[in-house]
Design a binder for this molecule. Structure first.
Ligand SMILES: Nc1nc2c(ncn2[C@@H]2O[C@H](COP(=O)(O)OP(=O)(O)OP(=O)(O)O)[C@@H](O)[C@H]2O)c(=O)[nH]1
Ligand SMILES: C=C(OP(=O)(O)O)C(=O)O
Length: 229
C-alpha cells in the first residue's frame, strides 16, 4: 500500500506553467508593418500553439493562461488549460505574479514556470529537456537574440520574481536566476517579435494554428498583387 502511494507521488508532474497572453487586438505590434491584416490572428495562433505544446510535456502538471482575450481563452480552455483573467493595468510581470500566486495556492508542491506565449515552433520534447535541468532555485532560458527571456522557473516554495521586459536576461541573472545552457532547445528560444523571427520559426516548424494563418497570409499575398498581409 505504502509503496503504491509512493509510486503515485513520483508520477505527479513537477511543474505548473503560467503563460501570459496579451489581448491579441493590441499584441505583437512589431508584426504590424509586415502583417497588417493577420497580426491579431498570428498572436492568437502563437499563444494557442505554445499552450498546446506545453500541455504535451510529461513534466507539466497544469497550464494556467493569464489573459483577457476571449478567443484565446476559449481556445486554450478547449485544450485543457485553465484561464485566469488578467489583472487590470498590471502589465506582463504583474500578470505573471498573479498567475504564480494562484499556481502556488493550487499546486503548492509543484515548481512554477513562466513561459512566453510567442513560441509557435515550441517542441514538447525541448520544453521537457529544459524543465528537466531546472535544478536551481530559479532558472531561466535566454531567448534567441540573447538579451531576453522565454522561460523562468522557480522551484516549489521559491518566489518566481519575474523580471521580463527589455534586457530581461541580464535582469534575471542579476536577480540570482541561473541560465539554462542546453544547446538543443532552439524551439524554446525562438520567440517571435518580428517578421524575421517568424520566418525563422517557420523554418524550424510551427504548430498547426500558426501554419494555418501563414497559409492564409501566403494566399492573400499571391491572390492579389500587393495585397496587405
Ligand atoms: N497577460 C498579459 N500578458 C502579456 C502582457 N504584456 C505582454 N504579455 C505577454 O508576454 C509575452 C511577451 O511579451 P511581448 O513579446 O513583449 O509581446 P507583445 O507586447 O505582444 O509584443 P510587442 O507589441 O511587439 O512588444 C507574450 O506572451 C505576451 O502576450 C500583459 O499585460 N498581460
Ligand atoms: C518580454 C520580453 O521580451 P520580448 O518583448 O522581446 O518578447 C523578455 O524577453 O523579457
Amino acid at each position: 500500500m505504502e509503496e503504491s502511494c509512493l509510486m503515485a507521488d513520483l508520477q505527479v508532474a513537477p511543474w505548473t506553467l503560467v503563460i501570459p497572453v496579451k489581448r491579441t487586438a493590441i499584441a505583437k505590434s512589431r508584426l504590424a508593418a509586415a502583417y497588417p491584416q493577420h497580426r491579431p490572428e498570428l498572436a492568437r495562433a502563437f499563444a494557442v500553439d505554445t499552450t498546446a505544446a506545453a500541455l504535451e510535456s510529461p513534466l507539466v502538471r497544469a497550464v494556467l493562461v493569464v489573459t483577457d482575450d476571449p478567443v484565446v481563452s476559449a481556445d486554450v480552455a478547449a485544450l485543457g488549460a485553465r484561464v485566469i483573467p488578467d489583472l487590470l493595468e498590471a502589465g506582463l510581470n504583474g500578470a505573471l505574479e498573479h498567475g504564480a500566486a494562484i499556481a502556488a495556492r493550487e499546486f503548492p508542491e509543484a515548481g512554477i514556470v513562466a513561459l512566453s506565449a510567442d513560441l509557435p515552433a515550441l517542441r514538447p520534447a525541448e520544453l521537457t529537456a529544459a524543465l528537466a535541468v531546472c535544478t536551481a532555485a530559479r532558472s531561466f532560458v535566454i531567448d534567441q537574440p540573447g538579451t531576453g527571456t522565454t522561460m523562468l522557473a522557480a522551484a516549489a516554495g521559491v518566489a518566481l520574481d519575474p523580471r521580463f521586459g527589455v534586457g530581461s536576461a541580464l535582469a534575471h541573472q542579476a536577480s540570482g536566476a541561473v541560465p539554462i545552457e542546453l544547446m538543443a532547445i532552439e524551439s524554446l528560444r525562438r520567440d517571435v517579435d518580428t517578421a524575421a523571427d517568424l520566418a525563422h520559426a517557420v523554418q524550424l516548424g510551427v504548430g498547426p494554428r500558426t501554419a494555418d494563418v501563414m497559409s492564409l497570409v501566403l494566399g492573400a499575398a499571391t491572390g492579389s498583387e500587393g495585397l496587405a498581409c
